[in-house]
Design a protein around this ligand. Structure first.
Ligand SMILES: Cc1ncc(COP(=O)(O)O)c(C=O)c1O
Length: 395
């Protein structure tokens, strides 16, 4: 797809805020489209007027459609999907369920998300697992030959961020999946930044477990996320936390855990958000994920090329295949100063600091970068305006 064939007029008309602000913070939280925002407001209004339990009963079809939409998006089964309040907790629920012991090894990427790294370190401290970081090649991409050579009988998990939080890199998720399958090693994919931005097919990728958020490229509400657990893994993984939605008391001294992925859910949750996330997924599917990926990729390339031409700007994105996250530093100003000045001028961006990308940023001696993340509803004109703003000499 080329830039000219994308129906930008429709995308912007269906996004109320597109007329108000230049939103380049889609990797933080995107803007909800009208259909999603209105579904959320309608659900909340119904709760206000009818009561939360009564609304949940009446809205069962909308709540259930979250599972069917997620399954369609990922090429999974509805029974393999759980609704969880965010990507981190979704990831945690399976990570802490994996039976790991002293001497077991976790292989992870250098561009791993900070919270995941904290969880590895906690399990290393609690039960003696070893964390081994797979080196990056000269383009910053996870090195598949190194991954192959690092595998031995002690490797009990391959756990990778598909797209890191603070850079344009796309890791080769499917190639990693092939290696994981070849050796029968469980594969956990953090798809927080790739869901809604790239087509994701769990079968083609070969991951056993996948965590994701609703608020970023899927354009759902905050406080929503999802977890995919491949069928064979559901019964093998006992959730670290249970309630009476995840399990059922069968006698005063026994319980039975449910046999679908909802064993990882909480009974109480953001019901309105769940229904709205289902809408957001349907909305993304209606645009088509390949079309979204092309459009986002084109806009990000335009942004990178224009920024690169500005004196003092360094693009910090790595990778051979790149996504909608564009990161840079400016010799003249800190990332924080740029983000604040941009906000005042009507451009939403964010700052990625060392905590989210600890290993990668330390390795590259980066403390913080500006993150300008595009989505398909951004216009070429917005990209040009933002670059003109960045090029203007700071006072
Ligand atoms: C790669 C990656 N993983 C996980 C997360 C955490 O997502 P959440 O805030 O929904 O828990 C983020 C958030 O930015 C992320 O970029």
């Amino acid at each position: 797809m080329t830039l000219s064939t994308f129906d930008l007029r429709r995308a912007r008309a269906e996004t109320r805020a597109a007329a108000q602000v230049v939103h380049l913070n889609n990797a933080g939280a995107s803007l909800m489209p009208i259909a999603v925002a209105d579904a959320l407001y309608a659900y909340l209004r119904r709760e206000e007027f009818e009561g939360g339990y009564e609304t949940a009963a009446a809205e069962q079809p909308a709540l259930e459609s979250f599972y069917t939409a997620s399954a369609r998006l990922l090429n999974a089964k509805s029974s393999e999907i759980a609704f969880i309040e965010n990507a981190t907790r979704a990831w945690d629920m399976v990570f802490y369920a994996l039976p790991l012991g002293p001497g077991d090894r976790i292989l992870t990427s250098h561009a791993e998300y900070g919270s995941n790294l904290i969880a590895y370190l906690q399990r290393a401290r609690q039960c003696g697992v070893k964390i081994d970081v797979i080196p990056a090649d000269s383009d910053g991409v996870l090195d598949l030959d190194c991954l192959q050579s690092m595998i031995d009988q002690h490797v009990k998990l391959i756990s990778i961020s598909h797209i890191p939080t603070g850079g344009g890199l796309i890791n080769p998720a499917a190639e990693i999946g092939q290696i994981a399958r070849q050796h029968g090693i469980p594969y956990l994919l953090d798809a927080c930044q790739s869901i809604g931005q790239l087509p994701l097919d769990v079968d083609a990728i070969g991951c056993d477990l996948l965590s994701a958020t609703g608020r970023k490229y899927l354009r759902g509400p905050r406080g929503t996320g999802l977890l995919y657990v491949a069928q064979p893994w559901i019964s093998r993984l006992e959730p670290p936390l249970l309630d009476q939605h995840a399990a059922e008391l069968t006698s005063p001294t026994s319980y039975q855990i449910r046999d679908d992925a909802r064993r990882f859910e909480n009974w109480e949750c953001f019901f309105a958000g769940k229904a709205a996330l289902g809408q957001a997924i349907d909305y993304a599917l209606d645009w088509g994920l390949p079309e979204i990926a092309d459009r986002v990729g084109d806009l990000a390339n335009r942004l990178r090329a224009s920024l690169r031409a500005i004196d003092g700007i360094t693009i910090t994105d790595q990778g051979r295949q790149q996504c909608g996250i564009v990161t840079f530093t400016d010799q003249r100003r800190s990332a924080d100063e740029i983000q604040k000045a941009a906000r005042a001028a009507g451009f939403n961006t964010s700052v990625s600091s060392g905590s989210g990308m600890f290993l990668d940023f330390s390795r590259r001696n980066i403390s913080e970068v500006v993150r300008a993340s595009v989505h398909y509803f951004n216009s070429e004109d917005e990209i040009d305006q933002f670059c003109a703003f960045i090029a203007a000499t700071p006072e």
